[in-house]
Write a protein that binds this ligand. Structure first.
Ligand code: AMP
Length: 292
């Protein structure tokens, strides 16, 4: 990687909607020996996304942010339909943080037709998020593979917010020997603890308050964690969330951070993960409890 000069001349955001033009431009970047960092997103950008871009800027010469609401990872057509797509304000945010490249393709540019895809991602496919959202991780790996293939980044940056997604992508990279490094970036939160999410705009004022039960419960488990009380902590957490009005718990798990199996007394790395519907909005969150 080249060291960034002290004063970088920012040449503005280069925006691409086609693979061909993006590949052509990135060829010039690679020829000049610069490294490429990729931040894949579905847009409706918030500080969580922008923190990934900042981290990518520290570790790469040229940062590409992709914005693509990937249809193959949505099980529910209504969810896909209502996913926010504020591309004008997203572009302004990317300009404000001096992002180098935006890739914002239409669906036809990413999918030629009804493509069949199946990657063996093992148990992660059906655990937790995978269990709640059948087919979700096949859609995620499909689009992330395509983005890696088009952009060929040296490093790709993902959020801890989607913890299981990170493990799934790591599995894909290892399985297919993809020549890139993955970085997991910390969860950005609102001052009251709610994990930032593009879906938070769907929360009404009451939902917004009820949603706090998720981060509060996760932190409670972290603060009182004791390997000999995992079952009791999990049960207590589930009850707390179920007792919150307008919150429908999908799962709460205290898991081995490496494979998401339920944690036991000898588990080295532990993560607590939750998914719940708050009002009509499905939210996920997690906290790393032990990382040896
Ligand atoms: P999305 O647009 O929701 O697909 O997210 C794009 C990337 O941003 C993923 O790697 C997410 O894990 C990450 N991300 C989403 N929310 C946050 C957050 N609150 N803090 C850090 N990263 C996040």
């Amino acid at each position: 990687m080249q060291l960034r000069p002290l004063f970088v001349i920012y040449r503005g955001l280069r925006s691409f909607t086609t693979k061909t033009e993006l590949i052509q431009y990135l060829a010039t970047v690679k020829t000049s020996g610069k490294t490429i960092g990729l931040v894949p997103t579905m847009g409706a950008l918030h500080q969580g996304h922008l923190s990934l871009i900042k981290q990518a800027q520290q570790q790469s010469d040229v940062v590409v942010c992709s914005i693509f609401v990937n249809p193959t990872q949505f099980g529910d057509p209504a969810d896909l339909e209502k996913y926010p797509r504020p591309i004008k304000s997203d572009t302004e945010k990317l300009e404000q943080v001096n992002c180098d490249v935006l890739f914002n393709p239409p669906v036809e540019e990413m999918y030629a037709g009804n493509e069949q895809w199946h990657l063996n991602i093992g148990e992660l496919e059906n655990l937790l998020e995978g269990g709640s959202r059948p087919g979700h991780y096949q859609g995620v790996t499909q689009v992330v593979f395509k983005l890696f293939d088009i952009i060929k980044p040296d490093t790709a940056f993902f959020g801890q917010k989607d913890y299981q997604q990170f493990l799934v992508i790591k599995h894909m990279v290892e399985q297919l020997h993809l020549p890139l490094q993955l970085i997991m970036c910390p969860i950005q939160r609102e001052p009251d603890g709610l994990a930032m999410s593009s879906r938070n705009i769907h929360l009404n004022a009451d939902d917004r308050q009820h949603a706090l039960v998720l981060s509060k419960t996760l932190n409670g488990v972290k603060d009182t964690f004791d390997v000999s009380k995992i079952a009791a902590l999990k049960q207590q957490a589930e009850e707390t969330i179920k007792n919150e009005p307008d919150v429908e718990l999908a799962y709460f798990e205290i898991a081995d951070a490496d494979n998401l199996h339920p944690a036991g007394v000898s588990t080295k790395n532990v993560v607590a993960l939750v998914a719940a519907k708050v009002g009509n909005t499905r939210l996920i969150d997690n906290v790393i409890i032990k990382d040896e």
